[in-house]
Design a protein around this ligand. Structure first.
Ligand SMILES: Nc1ncnc2c1ncn2[C@@H]1O[C@H](COP(=O)(O)OP(=O)(O)O)[C@@H](O)[C@H]1O
Ligand SMILES: [Mg+2]
Length: 347
């Protein structure tokens, strides 16, 4: 029994002024109180234990949370790295698209340079013979004839010079294409730019695939004159559109064939320029299979391509769109399945 209750118990036991009946009642109360005290002490002890357990559990939970926070932090860092890698890969892809288009051009460029070189070689051969003839005439004393030959020689040298410059211009154009864009608008002959890229793309494709054949048709509006554009960038847009057009024109007809059963398909690409008020239109049209409504709203998305792996990067139209936008212009598409597609640059 609790010591204090025991003391009271002892006092009561010895007190003779209290009747036995009263004593019994008091002692019963004392024993009840003692029991209650014991129960309370037990409960207190249990509460104490629960408190300790809770504290331990709480500590564990805090530890767990801390670990989770660290894991999230690590995941975030990994995600950031992935994102950085993705950006780097995108930049590389854009560069490789540029290099791929340069690759397509190389054969065309070689072909274009071959023409002026042939002129230079032929004219210099002829000129060597003319010098021999001139010497003969001088020996014979025919100074009038010798002078006439000298006149022809001068004309030949001018032609050699002209074609040499032409080859130089082609090389310059090629270097400009491979170099990163100057980002500066320059007075540019857009007709000459379109014509140049059309021929380079055509000869490039022919060199790659001997069976490739297509008709090119041009209609340039001479009233356009010189306009201010970033020539490398605009050249890339035109090249992208023309390469796409040649590719599409050479494709087989869509399921169901071309509308007219008597129609014989002959791949054709039209490049047209036109001045309308303050706007210049550059149109690249083909008589390929057209673009189905299902994918029409996807073609300008980066990496969207329907070409077999290794043949398309899906970047041509997206880059072209950005370039035209940066010029404050618009890039539109008009297409009809089974008839063809027209891309129009408005600047
Ligand atoms: N002239 C066209 N005719 C039909 N489809 C075209 C034409 N031009 C582009 N497309 C479609 O748009 C897609 C995206 O073109 P682009 O961005 O140049 O990438 P890529 O040429 O590498 O596929 C092409 O894969 C093709 O499905
Ligand atoms: Mg393309």
């Amino acid at each position: 029994m609790n010591q204090h209750l025991q003391n009271i118990f002892n006092v009561i036991q010895q007190d003779e002024s209290i009747t036995a009946e009263q004593k019994n009642a008091i002692i019963k109360s004392l024993k009840d109180a003692d029991k209650e005290l014991e129960i309370t002490a037990f409960k207190l002890d249990r509460t104490e234990k629960v408190k300790k357990t809770t504290a331990i559990l709480l500590e564990e939970t805090i530890d767990e949370l801390e670990q989770k926070r660290k894991a999230i932090e690590e995941t975030n860092a990994a995600l950031q790295k992935l994102l950085d890698d993705l950006h780097a890969t995108q930049a590389q892809l854009i560069q490789s698209e540029k290099m791929a288009s340069l690759g397509e051009l190389t054969a065309g460029i070689a072909h274009e340079i071959q023409n002026p070189l042939n002129f230079v070689n032929n004219f210099s051969d002829v000129s060597t013979e003319l010098v021999d003839e001139m010497n003969e005439e001088i020996d014979k004393g025919n100074l009038e004839d010798a002078k006439q030959i000298a006149q022809d020689l001068k004309q030949n040298l001018e032609k050699i010079n002209h074609h040499g410059k032409r080859a130089g211009d082609i090389v310059k154009g090629m270097l400009q294409h491979s170099r990163s864009s100057s980002g500066v608008k320059e007075p540019t002959d857009i007709n000459a730019l379109a014509d140049e890229y059309l021929r380079l793309a055509y000869h490039g494709l022919r060199a790659k695939d001997k069976s490739f054949n297509a008709t090119m048709k041009t209609d340039f509006d001479e009233s356009i004159g010189i306009i201010n554009v970033i020539p490398q960038d605009m050249g890339r847009v035109i090249l992208n559109l023309i390469t796409n057009a040649f590719y599409a024109a050479s494709l087989p007809p869509p399921a169901g064939g071309f509308k007219d059963p008597d129609y014989v398909h002959s791949p054709t690409v039209w490049v047209t320029t036109k001045k309308e008020g303050n706007t210049v239109l550059i149109s690249v049209r083909d008589n390929g299979p057209g673009i189905s409504q299902k994918i029409l709203d996807k073609i300008f998305q980066p990496f969207f391509t329907t070409k077999p792996t290794g043949q398309g990067t899906g970047l041509g139209l997206s880059l072209s769109y950005d370039i035209v936008k940066a010029h404050g212009g618009e890039l539109k598409v008009v297409t009809k399945e089974g008839e063809g597609t027209e891309f129009i640059v408005l600047i």
